[in-house]
Structures are given as structure tokens and as C-alpha cells.
Design a protein around this ligand. Structure first.
Ligand SMILES: [Zn+2]
Length: 164
């Protein structure tokens, strides 16, 4: 109660960034809850499979993967979902550094709040957020593939060519 009242007063006072921060924290905890739920579901499937296999053993019956394929497929899907959550979490937690002035912006910023330049790069790491870390990782990957084109977005503040 107290926190929200305080927040409300701050927001009324024109401190808009508090709202951004709050939604970011909410977003992060939402992803964490989603991950925990998926992990619980996987655990339940493991238990079902374990019970099934044990029953087969006790009744001296043989079982095949086909019998438990539905559970296995569901676990696979859930595990992929957790991986996706991990990426989204990584992006949500990460600050977006402006490549022009190096100001630390919120990760969902489209324009740098210091110099005003466009800093939003689509995060190719699964989420719709922007993410300087992923961007850097992508760059490194690209650099190993093609070393020519990767420098265009990074160092545009200065000219690389020196003329005297
Ligand atoms: Zn900037």
C-alpha cells in the first residue's frame, strides 16, 4: 500500500521514469514466474513418467518410448519455453548502452535519453526488446562470419579515416 501511494505521488509529480522502472520490474518478475511454472510442469511430467516406468517394472511389462511420447514431447516444449524465458529475462534485465555517447538507457529505450540518437536495435535473440548485450553478441557472431560490414553501427561518432 505504502509503496504504491509513494509511487503515485512521485508519478503525479512528473517523475515518469518511475513508471518505466516499475513496469520493467513487473516484466522481469512475470518472466520469472512463467519460468517457475514451466519448471513445475516439467517436474510433474517427470513424476508421471517415473510412476509409469516403475509400474511397468513392477508388473514386469515392457514399455516403449511411444507409450510416454506425449509427456516427452510436452517436456521438450516446456524446456524450449524456459530457454526462451531465459533469453527474455536476459534482455529485460540488460541496460541498453548508447553506442554514440555510452549513456546507460533503459533496455526498452528507442532513443538515447542523453543525446537523442536512435539506439533501438531489434534484439535477434528471440525477444521484441532491444538489448545492447545481445546486439554485441550478434555483432561478434557476425564479425566471425564477415569482418567488413559489422563496424558500421558501432563507431559512428568518429571518422576512422585520418586525413592530414
Ligand atoms: Zn546517446
Amino acid at each position: 500500500m505504502g509503496i504504491f501511494e509513494d509511487l503515485y505521488i512521485k508519478m503525479r509529480g512528473g517523475v515518469c521514469k518511475i513508471g518505466d522502472k516499475t513496469s520493467k520490474i513487473l516484466n522481469i518478475s512475470k518472466i520469472k514466474i512463467e519460468m517457475a511454472e514451466k519448471k513445475n510442469l516439467i517436474f510433474e511430467k517427470y513424476k508421471l513418467i517415473g510412476k509409469y516406468v516403475y509400474d511397468m517394472y513392477e508388473n514386469q511389462e515392457s514399455f516403449e518410448f511411444e507409450d510416454i511420447m506425449d509427456w516427452l514431447e510436452e517436456i521438450k516444449k516446456l524446456r524450449l519455453g524456459i530457454k526462451d524465458c531465459e533469453k527474455r529475462l536476459h534482455c529485460a534485465q540488460n541496460k541498453l548502452f548508447c553506442p554514440y555517447c555510452n549513456y546507460k538507457n533503459e533496455s526498452n529505450a528507442v532513443f538515447c535519453s542523453k543525446c537523442g540518437k536512435k539506439i533501438s536495435f531489434a534484439c535477434s535473440n528471440a525477444c521484441s526488446n532491444t538489448c545492447s548485450k545481445c546486439e554485441q553478441e550478434d555483432k561478434q557472431e557476425n564479425e566471425s562470419k564477415s569482418s567488413d560490414n559489422s563496424k558500421s553501427s558501432g563507431a559512428s561518432g568518429k571518422n576512422n579515416s585520418e586525413e592530414n
